[in-house]
Ligand binder design. Sequence first.
Ligand code: ZN
Ligand code: FE
Length: 256
Amino acid sequence: MFTLIPLPAFDDNYIWVLHDGRHAVAVDPGDPAPLIAFLDTHQLALTAVLITHHHRDHTGGNVLLRQRYQCAIHAPDNPRIPAVTHILRGGDSVNLAEPDMHFDVLATPGHTLDHISYVGHGNLFCGDTVFGCGCGKLFEGTPAMMANSLDIILTLPDTNRVCCAHEYTLSNIDFAKTIDGTNPALLERERTDRALRAKNLPTLPSTLALEKTTNPFLRFHDPDMTAFASRYLNRPNLTPAEVFGAIRAAKDAWDG
Ligand code: ZN
Ligand code: FE
């Protein structure tokens, strides 16, 4: 079996490590230092890096890690990502020998146009597409594009561990309560996740089941969120993408 670890990096990033006790894969190692320290402590060889999108807080370790471990660097097709050895598109798969791991690649544009996610061994590495109780800002894509990406994620089994690249869960819960404050699953999640953060523990991975019941950005097909969006836009008969767009706009306004 494989061990899954979130390594804190920068202020609120997580570098996800999946290893078999000898060989490791790392997702979005924007800062190589905490990853190298972890690999040294546990005497693990880094064989592959998986990159979700071009932002520096996800790709900043590529050059040094490639030099130090000669690891493969899998990434979407974007010249801004350094030291890439394997370019991926949605529908591709990543098949590694050591560790014996296999990931399906999903195209999940929205936060950026190049964004991809990786699914394997019960884990969803979704970068800045889904956060705990939230989703990434639309820096490059449209609401319709992100809604389509989230629809693909919604087809995955509920048991998937949701491995997000940032610890934003508590502030996302604060926002979610402003539009979905009577949702008992959300209030229960708030208690659980506040207790975790009080002990400085990650709120992640969550599960897709938990996100489906508590994350407003994955509930844009839900009648409660549709009603919220109609009030927010003052317009009936919204498409799911418009509902998603209204929730995203409300969060952007709330963020200030
Ligand atoms: Zn990003
Ligand atoms: Fe990021």
